[in-house]
Design a protein. Sequence first.
Length: 290
Amino acid sequence: KQWYQRRVAITAGNLMDAISFVLGDKTSNLRVRSLKDLIHGAVVGKAAANRAYVTAVYQESNGDEIHFTRTIIGNGSEYRIDGKVLSPQEYQAKLESLGILIKAKNFLVFQGAVESIAMKTPKERTDLFEQISRSDELKEEYDRLKEEMNKAQEDTNFSYHKRKGIAAEKREARAEKEEADKFQNLTKDLNDTRLEFQLFKLFHTDRKINGLKDELASINKQLLSENRKKDKVEGQLKNKKSEIAKIQREQQVLEKNVKTKEVELNLKRPKYIKKKEKSTDCDSALIPLL
């Protein structure tokens, strides 16, 4: 790669201004108030022309050349590449595609620049290096991305802790579910055991009821037999009562007759005694006769 300037009889400072100018540097960096002051004699009011231009030729490795031209027109400038007029942005984009970064000042060293760099503080030199490497152009993007990174880190930390919390909650929920399942299984086993016990009781109660029914039927059968016997005995008793009543009536009649006879006997007893005494007297009288 080669650079050369097609201009004659200029000083080193003018050469630096010319190179900076053709590469699109700002007016404030060219030691003049306006671009027309760069025209020879314009500073003293005797401009040699009303326009001027600088052309820089970039030679590629295959030998092809690219012509960069910047022309002063009034207080402005015109940009051309190989004779084609372009916007300042397109002009700078082409230079940047070739690695020429005028804003970074990564190849032009102006007078006093070395001493100025040596006197800078570490922070200022860092800023200069960032300017030369053009990383300062990415500062806003870097800060934005850093903020996004920090936010993403915070979100990641939050998500991580949230995931840990969720994992802990899942473990707790799993443990609770296992405990609940265990409780449900135990409850089911208890209910099944209770049901089995109740069925066992019901089975034996049913058997007992059937046994009691059979026993009751036997007792009822015996009771029926006893009732029949009772009825028979009651009938016999009734007959006996009737007979007893008849006998009692007959007895009463006999007792009445006995009493009547006793009354009659008592009435006849004095007569009997008298007759007996008389008979005794007769017998006593008859004994000597015998």
